[in-house]
Write a protein that binds this ligand. Sequence first.
Ligand code: ADP
Length: 327
Amino acid sequence: MDKSKFIGILTSGGDASGMNAAIRAVTRSAIYNGFRVKGIYRGYEGLIAGEVKEMTTEDVSSIIQRGGTILKTARSKEFETPEGRRKAYEVMQKENIGYLVVIGGDGSLRGARTFADEYEDVVCIGLPGTIDNDLCGTDVTIGYSTALNTIMECVDKIRDTATSHERIFFVEVMGRDAGFLAQNSAIASGAEAAIIPEDKTDVDQLEKFISRGFRKTKNSSIVIVSESPKDGGAMHYAERVRKEYPQYDVRVSILGHLQRGGAPSAEDRILASRLGEASVQAIMEEQRNVMIGIRDNEIVYVPFIEAVKRDKPIDKNLIRVLDELSI
Ligand code: ADP
């Protein structure tokens, strides 16, 4: 470990509430431990373009409570090419950045892995920052708790109008390949069903919900649907009910980008603070190419290859819990 080299921090891919708390934690912990820090703007795009600025402890004052990311985020096609990564490497050399902390989702960590594989003197440490909670090796990701709470509050409001009008609502939430947000927000808000990508069995999830006799004992129903470019999401299911069960009054609510914003929950702030601090510890322990995760409330180092290699399994008991409690 070489303290004459800077620790660079960037946020990349989809933003998540709590990224600022992570930026603050990495910056403060690095400075506390005798490092200097550079913030890189707009993810890998900014790294390639050299949008870099030294960070002081004051630069991260009063950001722990703010959603979004003060470093901005972006997607970068150029970083997916060897030429783009070479430019990024040259900027790191010029700026004397020896360690790179990447806060982002599975795409961002895939990028970090490729980059670190190509350049042996680049040390990359990943922090799981995504509302989808879809990274393996960590129980939760930064932003997930806040998004879950936001969805729950929205569904509570939708319930008021659904009950008053005796309607069925299909509420679409984020998580195109992962149903954590849909399944757990359905449990938290007392929804009648969740349609998630992991439950793709031969059983049609809509049929299952209808055959359980929805609306027999209730005067409103809420079904949470994971967004899905393939299936068409909530719109698709609402259309089907309109066609197949015209006696029901159906509405759709797509929550969209509001799920990304807002002040981070206490859980996300604490998680981001712990993971951010641990990333500096990992650098001092000469770790490289690992994501910092949390399992059973303990900090763990997860090799990038493990973190991004496959779909994170959802606990199938959650499906049973919702089924049993929504009768
Ligand atoms: P997220 O990190 O939220 O999953 P993306 O999947 O959009 O977001 O990834 C963010 C960025 O990470 C991409 O725009 C790209 O620059 C970089 N990236 C993703 N996958 C790779 C890869 N296989 N190789 C290099 N860079 C990648």
